[in-house]
Design a protein around this ligand. Structure first.
Ligand SMILES: Cc1cc2nc3c(=O)[nH]c(=O)nc-3n(C[C@H](O)[C@H](O)[C@H](O)COP(=O)(O)OP(=O)(O)OC[C@H]3O[C@@H](n4cnc5c(N)ncnc54)[C@H](O)[C@@H]3O)c2cc1C
Length: 444
């Protein structure tokens, strides 16, 4: 069925789409706004985020926290700084609190608080939400005369329930991570059909699976600081320090999740990629040797495992001793030099035997997507298709762990929504905000 055209159709009612719809309707109260989403209920990703608490943003956000064309990322972030995000959420009735790591969460510690506030605001503004409307095609027409309505629109959006015509479209379909939430990557095809490029997409913020001959299973549940380096075709492309978590399948934790995009991208390109861990972060092999000799001289009878427990947990210390075939209980001063050197070089440069990433069902975000160069950073409007705006994770920009991906969603959603709301001719729909188009549809 084809309804009367709407001023703005937002495809995807996740974080970025909700933000776009709300900011558009706030800016222009006459605007007719519809949010179409393929899922039966919206906000699945918001609800699972941050372990069910939703890490809404971070108290310091810089372009360094993102992977994407730097100057474009900088401009987008500058348009909606964290203080504004915090104030916006406060205006929605969501107070945020800062945790030690700098991550901001709702004071309720419930992601549901965030989703309810966004949904309520959209509803109060008269934004129409249509769930179970998976979009399968978007076409553009200079004038799309909608039968029986006497109105015109530029875009025709074909979905499971029929067609919607709209003067402007915001594509907010997210990436491909956690496809059961509705973000199955179909947005890339929609963008491609309109002429956009899509850079190769891979899982990011994802755990890595190790060869099962490695000792990870025995360490499952342990976490500690490690410096992780990714080397692609012999060149170091990323080095970062943070908490690594050993699991029954391999490695996870913030430092691994943040590094995973480099590993996955290299694999996707068919490049040789290696991941190394320095279990004595910041130390070189020479410094590690000095440290070891000082410790061994101080307490010569102390066992090797006890000495290593200065820097990481007992189970981990034991595993490394056994890995280099040394007796964990041997007095540290009596460890043969060759074994000591082998142990230290392993601790400083341990090559993780990575087999693969854990895949889309476990990835938190998507690396790759529609190039930022193809949008105007002031409005998020496509440079190829006037009237089309692109926001959120569907774009080629991913943030590190810590609330940065949501910040990107709010910031891009706001830019697009506000820009779409003031386009000449938009907001004059005859149906008007309180007319036929303003009625909410059940199913939220
Ligand atoms: C487990 C997990 C935890 C996370 N935790 C955090 C966190 O704490 N902090 C943080 O900053 N980030 C977190 N993220 C990342 C964050 O959730 C995403 O970056 C963010 O949700 C992206 O917003 P988006 O609106 O672009 O896309 P999405 O939130 O994915 O929304 C896209 C919407 O589009 C709909 N859709 C897709 N295709 C179609 C179609 N063809 N037709 C109609 N509708 C369609 C989907 O149903 C979905 O509702 C987490 C992600 C996961 C998976």
């Amino acid at each position: 069925m084809t309804d009367a055209p709407v001023d703005l159709c937002v495809i995807g009612a996740g974080a970025a789409g909700l933000a776009a719809g709300i900011f558009a309707a706030e800016r222009n109260p006459r605007l007719t706004v519809e949010l179409l989403d393929g899922a039966k209920t919206i906000g699945a990703k918001i609800l699972v985020s941050g372990g069910g608490r939703c890490n809404v943003t971070h108290d310091v956000v810089t372009p360094d926290d993102f992977f994407g064309t730097r100057h474009l990322v900088r401009n987008v972030l500058a348009a909606f700084p964290v203080e504004d995000t915090v104030a916006w959420f406060a205006s929605l009735g969501v107070e945020l609190k800062r945790e030690e790591t700098g991550k901001l969460f709702p004071v309720t510690d419930k992601a549901r608080t965030v989703l309810n506030a966004l949904s309520a605001r959209a509803r109060d503004l008269g934004v129409v939400l249509r769930t179970g409307h998976r979009v399968v095609a978007i076409t553009t027409r200079d004038r799309c005369n909608v039968a029986g309505t006497g109105q015109s629109a530029r875009f025709v959006i074909r979905h499971e329930q029929g067609e919607t015509c709209a003067r402007r479209v915001v594509l907010a379909t997210g990436g491909r991570s956690l496809p059961r939430t509705g973000s199955d990557g179909s947005g890339y095809g929609l963008a491609r059909a309109l002429g956009h490029r899509v850079t190769p997409i891979v899982p990011a913020l994802v755990a890595l699976v190790l060869d099962e001959r490695c000792f990870h299973k025995g360490l499952s549940g342990l976490s500690h600081e490690v410096e992780v380096e990714t080397v692609v075709e012999g060149r170091s492309v990323d080095r970062r320090t943070g908490s690594l978590l050993w699991t029954h399948f391999g490695i996870s934790g913030p430092v691994v999740m943040d590094a995973s995009r480099f590993w996955c991208l290299a694999r996707e390109r068919g490049e040789a990629v290696e991941l190394y861990g320095n279990f004595l972060p910041g130390r070189t092999t020479e410094q590690a040797r000095e440290w070891f000799l000082t410790q061994a001289a101080k307490s010569p009878r102390r066992s090797l495992v006890k000495l290593l427990m200065e820097v990481f947990p007992e189970r981990c210390a034991e595993a490394f001793c056994l890995y280099v075939a040394s007796d964990p209980q041997q007095a540290s001063a009596q460890v043969p030099r060759s074994i000591r050197d082998r142990l230290l070089s392993t601790l400083i440069r341990f090559q993780f035997p990575v087999l693969r990433d854990r895949g889309w069902n476990f990835a938190e975000v998507t690396a790759g997507g529609i190039p930022l160069e193809e949008v105007n950073f002031r409005t998020m409007e496509s440079r190829l298709v006037p009237g089309l705006h692109l926001v959120g994770e569907v774009l080629d920009c991913d943030g590190r762990i810590g609330g940065f991906n949501f910040q990107w969603a709010w910031a891009t959603g706001r830019l697009a929504g506000r820009a779409a709301a003031v386009t000449p001719g938009v907001g004059n729909s005859e149906a008007g905000r309180n007319g036929e188009q303003g009625k909410r549809v059940a199913g939220e």
